[in-house]
Write a protein that binds this ligand. Structure first.
Ligand code: DQA
Length: 146
């Protein structure tokens, strides 16, 4: 099972940006947790972060035919990007949307998610743990399809 973890803008600043929402652990800490978990569950994982919408679209397109599941935290692009929604729909790879913070309890503009329409599940407010749960969901889905 090959899983791609995608992170959108400003998530490379985890540990620095708004710790009251995103905690004190860094992006590197997140990547280590994801890699450790992948080993535990027997998944092959690649992790990519970009501050650019088009680069994230490219990463989704490049996953076509190569990746079995996508974990995506589109960050601010969650609330604006039809391009990411269309990219996920284009490749038809099972995807799970993750948010570190509980977006539904924050500003009104964070209540809209475009990518949600192309995701099998959404996990919010569980911190970094949400990424691991998303990987577990994709593994379960993969087993169901095998
Ligand atoms: C976020 C929530 C978004 O609203 C915000 O723009 C982010 C991070 C989260 O992980 O909680 O950058 O996706």
């Amino acid at each position: 099972m090959k899983i791609l973890v995608l992170n959108g803008p400003n998530l490379n600043f985890l540990g620095i940006r708004e710790p009251e929402h995103y905690g004190k652990e860094t992006y590197e800490d997140l990547c280590s947790m994801i890699r450790r978990h992948a080993e535990e569950i027997g998944a092959e994982v690649s992790i990519y972060q970009s501050n650019h919408e088009g680069a994230l679209v490219d990463a989704i397109q490049e996953a076509y035919g190569k990746v079995d599941g996508i974990v995506i935290n589109p960050a601010a692009y969650t609330h604006t990007s039809v391009a990411l929604l269309d990219a996920l729909k284009s490749v038809s790879i099972p995807a799970v949307e993750v948010h570190i913070s509980r977006v539904e309890s924050r500003e009104a503009f964070r209540q809209v998610s475009y990518v949600r329409g192309a995701c099998m599940a959404t996990i919010t407010g569980k911190g970094f743990q949400g990424y691991l749960e998303a990987m577990d969901l994709l593994m379960k889905q993969g087993r169901r399809q095998a």
